[in-house]
Design a protein around this ligand. Structure first.
Ligand SMILES: O=C(O)CCC(=O)C(=O)O
Ligand SMILES: [Fe+2]
Length: 341
């Protein structure tokens, strides 16, 4: 069992097999919620450059990396040490560097929502000047690919191609993560990252050479190894919600690589604007019958308010940042989540 690959231009209306491709896309996004995308137009040189700066950063001594540790940032940006991130309460064995959209801090006001603080500047490593332009360019190009793909998915659901476009708007919420998974010789567990669903609309994963990503399939797991020239696409919970439960935000995980090997990946997460509320589209009857009642997973209550949903998941993943900057709101956010359970 392997996941299908689509080329981005397969979905252009000018292609002869357009209808067939759109149908297959809908099936892939509904069944496993995971597929490969080729022909995305992002130059190999940009991707290779991103892996190069990533390797350069992770090769630095721990003390240097910790100069931009994420607990210096109320916006959850910067470096996360191996073992300090949690998925469902258990430690993930990976180190990572998180970059959001490079924007100023939102002006403080007494009635600002708690998620306003998710927006703000990044922390950039001082001694790797090549990293910032590469990361910002990759963010911009992946956002363009995401908006094309969202149009194809809208068409596949029998909607106007632009139905999801307002969710992205001018200021979508982006997160680009450079990630390194140490090998089992250096890890205390096989949990690279524990089984989870992504919170946003769409996730793209670029993989270097090493495998490890797996997606749930019934009782088992399907391996999602790197394929040259592709990125991995997966549907997030916000798009499952927006699609009326038809598109599937599936559970996935990363298994620690064997021995001395390590694994580099780059994950890009697209969310709507923080102040947006996501409401389900009205599906055609035939699709409606096969949709999932998505908002009712008691282990993972889904909030239609984007900022709250994102803050809830960041607070769970990064307890140190939560303690430092969100002590006053963490309880209220968790309670809000429980209300929706
Ligand atoms: O590193 C990967 O391949 C995927 C990571 C992932 O699933 C995540 O960070 O949400
Ligand atoms: Fe994920």
């Amino acid at each position: 069992m392997a996941l299908p690959t689509f080329a981005l231009h397969d979905f252009d209306a000018s292609t002869g097999s357009h209808q067939d491709n759109i149908f297959r896309l809908r099936e892939a996004a509904h069944s496993h919620g995971f597929f490969y995308l080729s022909g995305h137009g992002i130059p190999e040189s940009l991707i290779a450059g991103a892996f190069r700066v990533s390797r350069e950063f992770f090769d630095r001594p721990e003390a240097v990396k910790r100069e931009i540790e994420n607990w210096h940032s109320p916006h959850f940006r910067g470096y996360t040490r191996t073992g300090s991130e949690l998925t469902r309460g258990a430690r993930d064995w990976r180190e990572q560097l998180d970059f959001g959209a490079e924007r100023p801090v939102r002006t403080a006001s007494a009635d600002a929502p708690p998620w306003a603080l998710l927006e703000g500047p990044n922390q950039w490593p001082a001694d790797i000047p090549a990293l910032k332009p590469v990361v910002l360019e990759l963010q911009a190009q992946l956002t363009e690919v995401a908006s094309r793909l969202l149009r194809a998915l809208a068409t596949a659901l029998g909607q106007d191609a632009e139905v999801f476009t307002p969710l992205i708007g001018e200021t979508p919420t982006l997160l680009l993560k450079l990630i390194r998974y140490p090998g089992s010789d250096f890890a205390d567990s096989t949990q690279g990252v524990g089984a989870h669903k992504d919170t946003g609309l769409l996730t793209f994963v670029l993989q270097h050479e090493q495998s490890g990503l797996e997606v749930q399939d019934g009782e088992g797991w399907i391996a999602v190894p790197p394929r040259a020239g592709t990125l991995v696409v997966n549907i997030g919970e916000m798009l499952e919600l927006a699609s009326g439960g038809y598109l599937h935000a599936n559970v996935h995980r990363v298994v620690t690589p064997a021995g001395q090997n390590d694994r580099l990946s780059i994950a890009y997460f697209l969310n709507p604007h923080l102040d947006a509320r996501v409401r389900p589209i009205a599906l055609p009857a035939a699709l409606q019958a096969a949709a999932r009642p998505s908002a009712h997973d008691p282990d993972n209550p889904l909030l239609e308010q984007v900022g709250l949903n994102l803050l809830k998941s960041q607070l769970r993943s990064h307890p140190e940042v939560a303690r430092r900057y969100y002590a006053g709101v963490a309880g209220a956010v968790a309670a809000k989540g429980a209300e929706h359970a």
